[in-house]
Design a protein around this ligand. Structure first.
Ligand SMILES: C[S@@+](CC[C@H](N)C(=O)[O-])C[C@H]1O[C@@H](n2cnc3c(N)ncnc32)[C@H](O)[C@@H]1O
Length: 240
């Protein structure tokens, strides 16, 4: 399924995740990491796979921000939310912007959507080309292959005057991919809809990220245990 088909994912994204995540605190942690690692005074920041712009809403108070996402519905919401930032609908694997940045972030496992190791190398190459000298990349990885839990089912719910929603998700791994099956039951305006989404994620371990960063010419690569939220898988930082 094409990412652009993820209409439901985009439409209810903020309501689902704002219950689970504190984007203001996460952005504060990101700022602290940037300050700890920076070789230059960082002024510009690119958030790749920015979604609805929740991190950029906070980060744009400190940095001149740009967001890239493949889903035009996500970008539409982000533009509305953070009018001072620039946005582009593009694929993280091979996007081309006319500027470079001091910091590139790729948070909440957006990177997992590149699906394969070869795409991961291309994506980090794209990050490299958009990074100023002595710049910093911060990637929150998708769950590592070694941490896959068989037969796990997760549940998110939301309920207000207008919408009642339940989303269940379960995962399967194949030889090369991690498949996440999301099932939504949405009650709204007197109707109940059932919608399925398949999210095809990368089946990778930390060593694969490390190798991909090295192949893309990054030099200084490290793993931080900092947890942005309860399900956070740590952060990988890299410098050119
Ligand atoms: C789990 S969401 C994370 C969004 C945001 N970073 C956050 O923290 O809320 C993953 C995002 O990655 C985007 N995405 C998936 N594949 C992409 C690709 N190839 N290029 C750019 N964005 C992509 C999705 O559209 C979605 O907005």
């Amino acid at each position: 399924m094409e990412q652009d088909d993820f209409r439901v994912f985009a439409e209810y994204y903020d309501q689902i995740y704002q219950k689970r995540k504190n984007y203001a605190n996460e952005s504060k942690t990101i700022r602290e990491i940037i300050e700890k690692f920076e070789n230059i005074q960082s002024k510009t920041l690119l958030d790749v796979g920015c979604g609805t712009g929740e991190h950029l809403k906070h980060l744009s108070l400190e940095y001149r921000c740009t967001g890239v996402d493949i889903n035009r519905r996500m970008i539409k919401l982000a533009r509305r939310k953070v009018p001072e930032a620039k946005f582009k609908v593009a694929n993280m694997i091979d996007f081309r912007l006319r500027e470079k940045f001091d910091v590139i972030t790729c948070l909440f496992s957006s990177i997992g959507y590149v699906r394969s190791f070869s795409n991961l190398v291309k994506t980090f190459g794209t990050f490299y080309r958009h990074l100023h000298d002595k710049g910093l990349v911060i990637v929150e990885p998708w769950v590592f292959k070694k941490d896959y839990i068989k037969a796990k089912v997760s549940l998110d719910t939301l309920e207000d005057e207008e919408v009642k929603l339940a989303r269940m998700a379960t995962s399967k791994i194949t030889r090369s991919e991690w498949l996440v099956f999301m099932h939504y039951l949405i009650g709204e305006k007197g109707e109940i809809r059932y919608i399925k989404e398949l999210h095809e994620m990368a089946l990778l371990d930390y060593e694969d990220y490390l190798k991909a960063f090295r192949t893309a010419q990054f030099k200084d690569i490290g793993f931080l245990k900092d947890n942005l939220w309860t399900g956070c898988r740590g952060l990988i930082v890299a410098r050119n």
